[in-house]
Design a protein around this ligand. Structure first.
Ligand SMILES: NC(=O)c1ccc[n+]([C@@H]2O[C@H](COP(=O)([O-])OP(=O)(O)OC[C@H]3O[C@@H](n4cnc5c(N)ncnc54)[C@H](OP(=O)(O)O)[C@@H]3O)[C@@H](O)[C@H]2O)c1
Length: 240
């Protein structure tokens, strides 16, 4: 129960990995602020599930593409008490490339995947004052080894990796900023499971969700001397 009584805001927490992150924070005794955009029913179901398990859970709706309203999310989250941590998990992941990417696609990915985490982090840091806190950004193995696929998504994560390191220095000593660079953990939400995905994963398997829980909790409750670190949870995908 290392997060007992601590408030943790998780963006995109209603579904998939965000919901998994919310469950792991709640299991560690944390109070979860479940941010969501379109998945209201899933967010409410998750809130009920966490509350039934004895955790405190609050809902925070908001479109991260509406950048002028993004910082208000921190103020609204703080209505439930001071925030200990911010987990930037919400993301857009579209299968478009150099030929097919339109300006609007590019802008949408950068707004939600990079600019919104920046604005949230900045507001979180300002509100924290001298209090200790943690920021964890959900990255991708592509962030440190960008290729040609999912172009705007990949570049947004490259930017988020750079932001992780820059903010770690700027927010020291009281706020740590770290990243988790994921590989194969959950197939895309559109139901397409890319074939041959394990061919380039030295571990030869998908990640276990429990491995994500452990990594998140390490970054939220482990040594505060670790900052600006990007942990690859990808079975070695970024190496080959
Ligand atoms: N799944 C994987 O194997 C994998 C691999 C590498 C990296 N990652 C990273 O891990 C994180 C979670 O992955 P995932 O697969 O669970 O993500 P996902 O299925 O793509 O989930 C998207 C989440 O982002 C939220 N979101 C999208 N657009 C939004 C907007 N305009 N405003 C607010 N929220 C918005 C959605 O909220 P609503 O549903 O409420 O609209 C949803 O909760 C992401 O950062 C992703 O890049 C995942």
């Amino acid at each position: 129960m290392k997060l007992k009584g601590k408030n943790v805001l998780i963006t995109g927490a209603a579904v998939r990995l965000g919901a998994q992150l919310a469950r792991s924070v709640a299991a560690a005794g944390g109070n979860v602020i479940i941010h969501y955009n379109s998945s209201q029913a899933e967010a409410e179901a998750l809130q009920a599930e966490l509350q039934q398990a004895g955790a405190e859970a609050h809902l925070l709706p908001g479109d991260l593409g509406q950048l002028s309203r993004t910082t208000q999310l921190i103020e609204r989250a703080r209505q439930h008490g001071p925030l200990f941590a911010l987990v930037n998990s919400a993301s857009i992941f579209e299968d478009i490339n150099l030929r097919t990417t339109q300006l609007a696609d590019w802008q949408r990915h950068l707004d939600v995947n990079l600019t919104a985490p920046f604005l949230l982090s900045q507001a979180f840091w300002k509100a924290a004052g001298n209090q200790p806190g943690r920021i964890v950004n959900l990255l991708d193995w592509r962030a440190l080894r960008p290729g040609t696929d999912h172009l705007p998504y990949t570049i947004s994560k490259v930017g988020l990796a750079g932001l992780t390191r820059s903010l770690a220095a700027a927010m020291a000593p009281n706020i740590t900023v770290n990243g988790i660079a994921l590989g194969a953990i959950l197939p895309p939400s559109d139901g397409r499971e890319p074939s041959g995905i394990l061919d380039n994963v030295p571990a030869g398997r998908w990640a276990e969700l429990e491995e994500l829980d452990e990594t998140l909790l390490f970054l939220l409750t482990g040594p505060a001397y670790i900052t600006g670190e990007i942990i690859h949870l990808d079975g070695g995908r970024h190496l080959v």
